[in-house]
Design a protein around this ligand. Structure first.
Ligand SMILES: CC(C)(COP(=O)(O)OP(=O)(O)OC[C@H]1O[C@@H](n2cnc3c(N)ncnc32)[C@H](O)[C@@H]1OP(=O)(O)O)[C@@H](O)C(=O)NCCC(=O)NCCS
Length: 336
């Protein structure tokens, strides 16, 4: 009989497109101001992809190579790919198989795509964790990658949404823990589909005849719609709730957290969560100022920067938490 194993993050990496788009650049496209954007969201600049250079899959592959390198592994060591994105390269197939090709993997490595928007990375991490816990795989690559900028309404009509989102990718490699009590302690996943239309890209939807013609006729529905105030209201409840759920399951308190890495939704949401959990400034990580909200990529990009900057060290208790479209929300508690 096999004993339960834990998975740990053996390597983390990220990649963001080279093109920096500041709030001043956005002011040229729509009626908005740097002051409005910073005050409401904390964002100063974000990255936008370059057509012909960046793709959702190849950005994910670049992040993955860095994560594998950090773990001392190569693409051929990977036994499973879990790829989180709401902006896949194609309607189908998913971006996981494109990443498998992009990394030049010799093995016919299996690949999942996970469609859980802002919670997509934690959902994927949880999935990967189960495969390692059961012993089915030893090396799992989890990737979050997004290209938002090609699908935003960059006119004044879309300004409440378009100023928030950015492009980028992050990745982690999971391996069985080499030390007892280290690794992913627990993951917690939730959804509430009654709010599905509160943060949505509706078209092209599949439940109508003449899908593409319909989508063209309903052009605004091709762009993301967000009921910002309702998303905010739910986010500030669900973030603390799902963090507490993780702490309770492990018999821990907020003061045990060494680093909280929330999905970078909005700096005001992060600040609210920080205050609610009673965490000092050095125990919460924010980089939304530089990247905007990169959805499934935001947590692995933040984690990668936190590790690079020495803000996450071996033995630290790291908490990941996310909330977003679906609504979906999730957390993970990790002994680093
Ligand atoms: C999106 C968000 C920043 C908007 O802030 P808000 O205070 O709710 O703003 P409102 O939508 O009420 O709009 C207030 C005014 O600002 C205007 N406005 C909206 N976007 C603007 C922009 N980019 N620049 C300037 N003005 C803007 C609106 O038109 C409105 O003008 P009016 O009062 O003349 O009608 C806010 O709702 C929010 O942070 N929501 C959570 C979003 C989030 O985190 N999403 C990711 C979840 S994963």
């Amino acid at each position: 009989m096999s004993t339960l194993r834990y998975s740990e993050i053996a390597g983390v990496g990220h990649y963001v497109p080279e093109r920096v788009v500041t709030n001043a650049d956005i002011e040229q496209l729509m009626e908005t101001t740097d002051a409005w954007i910073q005050e409401r969201t904390g964002i100063k600049e974000r990255r936008w992809f370059t057509e012909g250079v960046d793709t959702t899959a190849n950005m994910g592959a670049k992040a993955a190579r860095r994560a594998l390198e950090a773990a001392g592994l190569t693409p051929d060591d990977v036994q499973l790919i879990v790829f989180a994105t709401l902006s896949p390269d194609y309607f189908f197939p998913g971006s996981g198989v494109l990443l498998q090709r992009e990394l030049g993997m010799k093995e016919a490595t299996p690949a999942f795509d996970v469609r859980n928007q802002c919670s997509g990375f934690i959902y994927s991490l949880s999935m990967a964790d189960q495969f390692i816990k059961t012993g089915m795989y030893d090396t799992v690559l989890v990737v979050g990658s997004e290209i938002h900028s090609s699908g935003l309404d960059k006119s004044t009509r879309g300004r409440a949404v378009s100023v928030i989102f950015g492009d980028g990718a992050g990745a982690v490699v999971l391996r069985p823990s080499t030390q007892e009590g280290h690794g992913i302690l627990s993951t917690h996943l939730h959804s509430q589909g009654e709010h599905a239309e509160e943060l949505i890209v509706k078209e092209p939807g599949s439940n109508r005849e003449g899908r593409v013609d319909y989508a063209i006729a309903h052009e605004p529905d091709m762009y993301p719609y967000m009921n910002g105030q309702n998303v905010f209201k739910h986010a500030v409840v669900r973030f603390p709730q799902v963090i507490k759920e993780a702490l309770d399951q492990n018999g821990m308190q907020p003061q045990d957290i060494d680093m909280l890495i929330p999905h970078q939704a909005n700096l005001r949401i992060t600040q609210y969560v920080q205050q609610k959990m009673g965490l000092s400034d050095d125990k919460i990580f924010s980089n939304i100022q530089r990247y905007g909200n990169t959805t499934a990529a935001s947590i692995p990009i933040a984690l990668s920067e936190a590790v690079q900057e020495g803000k996450v060290k071996r033995g630290d208790l790291v908490c990941l938490a996310a909330f977003g479209s679906g609504f979906t929300w999730a957390s993970a508690l990790i002994k680093w």
